[in-house]
Ligand binder design. Structure first.
Ligand code: NAP
Length: 247
């Protein structure tokens, strides 16, 4: 039996990077996947890769700052597959600058997507999951959400907030059969990090006790475990998947 057989998962930011790897991994394990992201070409590519591989997926254009669009995607998901079993709040952006140079816009955009976006999607999904009396919400945190990072005031604040929401929602929603957890990746090679200078990537590699950067499948496998019934007694947890950056 596949680990997510018969389950339906909505994954935000699934057009590329960690989100795409998670969508592909979930589909391999039998989930119906809703590939939700901003970029039309990326979502079509991901959904096609999944269906070409024998999986089930639909592509939905979604901006996690748009609360009406979120409702509509969740309704379409329920209409297509019956339930919304799993939500992965993976969509995220960076807009780095040191405190004294950070523009208000950079603060607002990162908070809007990485913090409020997680709230928007989870609030709508939790209402559906409450009706079902079951569900799993998974949030993208970061090592930066527990130790801060030079030049990332906005991003650190958002990820710290994600950790707080994860713990709060696990307490509020547990009685409805809803588990809420987060994954805190270390430094993973994706389009988000590939734009960083080699020197910065070398520094990140060096911070890991394994002296490695992570791969997207390392994070996808963590989400898979937390989404599956193997983790049925785990909630309110922030799982570090970071090669030992934070110990
Ligand atoms: P990525 O390669 O940049 O992918 C992020 C995806 O999210 C992109 O497809 C992007 O779409 C999408 N997105 C951005 N804003 C959105 C919005 N408003 N609504 C819907 N989708 C949106 O990033 P990644 O490295 O895979 O990171 C995924 C998550 O893991 C993020 O939350 C990130 O903070 C977290 N994380 C990553 C690392 C790392 O080392 N990579 C470490 C710790 C945590 P566009 O392509 O159209 O912009």
């Amino acid at each position: 039996m596949k680990r997510l057989e018969g389950k339906t998962a909505v994954i935000t930011g699934a057009g590329r990077g960690i989100g795409r790897a998670t969508a592909e991994r979930f589909a391999e394990e039998g989930a119906n996947v809703v590939v939700a992201d901003l970029n039309e070409t990326d979502i079509q590519d991901t959904a096609e890769a999944i269906t070409d591989n024998g999986g089930t997926a639909i592509a939905e254009k979604l901006n996690v700052t748009d609360r009406e669009a979120i409702q509509s995607v969740l309704e379409k998901t329920a209409a297509s597959y019956g339930q919304v079993d799993i939500v992965v709040n993976n969509a995220g952006i960076t807009s780095d600058a040191q405190l004294l140079k950070m523009e208000e816009d950079a603060w607002d955009q990162v908070i809007d997507v990485n913090l409020k976006g997680v709230f928007n999607v989870s609030q709508a999904a939790a209402a559906k999951m409450k009706e079902q009396q079951s569900g799993v919400i998974l949030n993208a945190s970061s090592v930066v959400g527990s130790y801060g990072n030079f030049g990332q005031t906005n991003y650190a604040a958002a990820k710290w907030g994600v950790n707080g929401m994860t713990k709060t929602w696990s307490k509020e929603l547990g009685k409805h059969g809803i588990r809420v957890n987060a994954v805190a990746p270390g430094f993973i090679l994706t389009p988000m990090t590939e734009k960083m200078p080699d020197k910065a990537l070398d520094m990140m590699r060096d911070k890991s006790v394994l002296k490695q950067l992570g791969a997207t499948e390392d994070i996808a496998n963590a989400y898979l475990f937390l989404a599956s019934d193997e983790a049925k007694f785990i909630t309110g947890e922030i799982l570090a998947v970071d090669g030992g950056v934070v110990i």
